[in-house]
Design a protein around this ligand. Structure first.
Ligand code: 13P
Length: 284
């Protein structure tokens, strides 16, 4: 079916108490592995691409690939700009055919984040698309943040309410303990904070840095209000592990069509496991 918007997907997830997986893609193989995972689990799914991934693929090629893959898919697929850095990048993605937008002003002062987010919300709403915004910062593991650094960036529930009212953002990425690019699942998630933000913001909430969230905590995070779970690093870890395995097993093989199916099956299985944990299996 044609690419769909993410708003209906995520508001339904909020009503029914599950989360949709948003998986980052940077090539045709990953697009296919993720859509196959969603089809196997009969789940709606979000393909996400951030600026560096878009630059690597070329925006037109990435959008065309995702559109063609979605057209042939048996489940609803949305194409989302992850961490959109500017109004201009949102416009470019919209023109290329993305069906879900994001402006990430979380590193900017609050008032500037409100002002710039509102512009992107107006853009998205003018064509009927949902817009994600971010309040509170989700840090990066490479910068080795301390627990105090992480807590210092937490989203404040009262501020989240004021922020969504001022911006009209459709979903909100929040900082509650996860960190981007963690290779171990050891993030300490402040579950009551998720519930408090949901209570006041009344929006689907988004967990970035999903790879670092312990599996036993994922379900609790969803029960407390997370409706979109972003995962990238864990899939890349599987891809790399799979590639190391096949390179060792087939030292003389040159064809990527022979080398890649094994690693991609590992990516697909991991995405399926996540989808089941998020509760979106069977929701397509
Ligand atoms: P991870 O790479 O830590 O899973 O985070 C993905 C993400 O949040 C994309 O925005």
């Amino acid at each position: 079916m044609p690419l769909v918007g993410s708003r209906e997907m995520l508001y339904r997830a909020m009503e029914e108490g599950y989360a949709v997986g948003a998986f980052n893609v940077s090539n045709l193989d990953m697009v296919r592995a993720i859509i196959e995972a969603a089809e196997a689990e009969r789940a709606p799914v979000i393909l996400a691409a951030a600026s560096l991934q878009i630059k690597y693929c070329r925006l037109d090629l990435l959008a065309a690939t995702c559109r063609a893959a979605a057209d042939a898919a048996k489940v609803p697929v949305s194409l989302h700009l992850d961490h959109g850095p500017s109004y201009e990048e949102n416009v470019a993605c919209l023109r290329a055919g993305f069906t879900s937008l994001m402006f990430d002003g979380s590193a900017k002062p609050y008032e500037e984040n409100v002002r710039l987010t509102r512009q992107v919300v107006e853009l998205g709403h003018s064509v009927g698309l949902g817009v994600e915004a971010e309040l509170g910062r989700v840090l990066r593991a490479a910068n080795e943040p301390t627990p105090a650094d992480i807590r210092g960036c937490f989203t404040v529930p009262e501020e989240a309410r004021a922020f969504v009212e001022a911006t009209g953002a459709d979903y909100l990425a929040i900082s509650v303990g996860s960190v981007h690019n963690m290779v171990k699942r050891s993030a300490e998630i402040d579950l009551p904070r998720i519930a408090a933000i949901r209570e006041l913001a009344k929006r689907p909430l988004v967990m970035h840095g999903g790879s670092g969230v312990p599996h036993e905590v994922v379900k609790q995070a969803v029960a407390n209000g997370i409706c979109k779970f972003n995962v990238s690093t864990e899939l890349l870890k599987q891809l790399r592990a799979g590639m190391e395995k096949v390179f060792a097993e087939m030292p003389n093989e040159l064809n990527s069509r022979v080398l890649m199916p094994g690693p991609l099956a590992m990516v697909r299985e991991t995405a399926q496991e996540k989808i089941r944990l998020f509760g979106s299996a069977g929701k397509a």
